[in-house]
Design a binder for this molecule. Sequence first.
Ligand code: ADP
Ligand code: ASP
Ligand code: MG
Length: 404
Amino acid sequence: MSLIVQKFGGSSVANADRVRNVASIVTDTYKAGNDVVVVVSAQGDTTDDLIAKAKELNDKASKREMDMLMSAGEQISIALLAMTIEKMGFPVVSMLGWQAGFITNSVYSSARIKTMKTDRVSSALDKHQIVVVAGFQGINKYDDITTLGRGGSDTSAVALAAALHADRCQIFTDVEGVYTADPRKVNGALKLKEITYDEMLELATLGAQVLNNRSVEMAKKYNVELEVLSSMKRVPGTIVKEKVKMEEMLIRGVTKDTNCARISLVGIDDVPGVAFKLFNQLAKKNINVDIILQSIGREGSKDITFTVSKDNADEAVELIKQMPYFSNCEISCNTDVAKVSVVGAGMESHPGAAALMFEALYDAGINIKMISTSEIKISVLIALEDADKAVKAVHDRFFNTKNL
Ligand code: ADP
Ligand code: ASP
Ligand code: MG
């Protein structure tokens, strides 16, 4: 007998028919002789709708109250799925995050799981019940509800799979697996049979929303093999694991992130300690900085440009304005930018990848504003309006067989 964790995203439980479909996948797995723990997200656009409702009343609501509100979506899904499974004649119990033992820190709206207390889930499994758990939520030391950040149900599923030592963790979604680009946006995107944790982590962090990046980080840490597959079509999906067979693939995927802002500080004094003071201050406020560019010094001054996520841009600019160090420099912030990236372990041994990407962008008439590279990724910052065109052009260049 195996223990299988199955996670279903919002579109997979969007309406009664979809909930019935999920119930049939879950009960088929159970009938085949497995223990099953199911993690579900809020139905369809429920989480977005809840956020919109909050904004109508208080657009600066505290994150604690936002978590109280946003966690409600998953509560509806678990009850609906459990009662559907109940009607089909199977033993089932639904649990909220705290009942399933998700103990988190107190960073409301993007809490991290600290420990898992899975006794209640385990004893339900001992009674041969199907356990349906609300994704995306946990509880902190003050007994307050917390949420794990958007897309956090993937992380809930991986955390449960790790804590319960599950044999398999399946992430069911509305596409058939992980593709070389978003299959809804790029014609000709190819489904990958396998991808490594490291590549998937880069893709997820750089905008491929099919898996939440924290879930991949956790899967790597606890060595939980993931399968991403469709809830609508019963065909094999993509396996995410430590090592994969090296196919003749220079890159594994192309992705875009439109949640970017570029902040420039022009005319900073060219003295030691500037970068430290700037980025230390941002780090203290939990503002993540991505691409950083510093110009060479000239006539005693230099410029620093960097990117942050759009939601952090205003706070970052305010912080910098309050720092006496930067009182003489010109500060600007541009939110009409996007980051387009290629990811793949194959690039380590093929130095031509960057040139191929830049050529594709040049041929498409797209101007590059910033560049950043690591061993397995190349990212460029471009105008927001060019993002989709850039992804298509780059994808076509890499996955058009004659260029491989
Ligand atoms: P769920 O609600 O199941 O969590 P998400 O909407 O979070 O689903 O993620 C699935 C979506 O991710 C797909 O519908 C697809 O449009 C998008 N996506 C972006 N990049 C990729 C990619 N490289 N491979 C597959 N899907 C991708
Ligand atoms: N419902 C949450 C969200 O929309 C969590 C999830 O879907 O994973 O972000
Ligand atoms: Mg998701």
